[in-house]
Design a protein around this ligand. Sequence first.
Ligand SMILES: O=C(CO)[C@@H](O)[C@H](O)[C@H](O)[C@H](O)COP(=O)(O)O
Ligand SMILES: [Zn+2]
Length: 188
Amino acid sequence: MEAKLTKDIEEHIALFQKLRDGYLGEVEAIGRLLWKRLEQGHKILVAGNGGSAADAQHFAAELVGRYLVERRSLPAIALTTDTSILTAVGNDYGYDQVFSRQLEGLGREGDVFIGISTSGNSENLVRAMNSAKKIGVTNVALVGKGGGRMKPLADVALVVPSDHTPRIQEGQQWIWHTWCDLIDQFHG
Ligand SMILES: O=C(CO)[C@@H](O)[C@H](O)[C@H](O)[C@H](O)COP(=O)(O)O
Ligand SMILES: [Zn+2]
């Protein structure tokens, strides 16, 4: 068992070394984009399935509440939280539309949609990105496993360099926490 746990930690460390050595510029550029849009009065919409739904909510909570410093509340909505919307849209239109329908109702030109997925292939996120495109919402894909179907739909894609779901999620958590940190700093 210890050998397995050691291997997991080594895999985690190797991934974070890759992020440190090759991804800081991309992470910062997206942090700047998010801040620019917030500063202009736009909002962030964020979604994912399973563990990524939890990430979407965690990220939105850091923005609406606070991260590490005192600043004004920033507008971010996780599309994973309203069980009445999720059950109504899921029941009436299908689970594939639970995010795209909300995007169509809540998204405005200039907003940013962040789709969080390890595979990059979740149909409800692919559909949300297609809806975002139609209304001028900028698509950020935070994905893994090469980026899947979401990567080519994104205005900006950040592909975590791993094929292992839990490691990808760990990398993604560091990335969106870093976006919170950058937003705190840019806010001044
Ligand atoms: O958290 C995990 C696995 O660590 C799971 O709940 C996982 O998020 C779910 O299987 C998701 O449905 C996977 O979707 P995706 O990352 O491929 O978009
Ligand atoms: Zn998980």
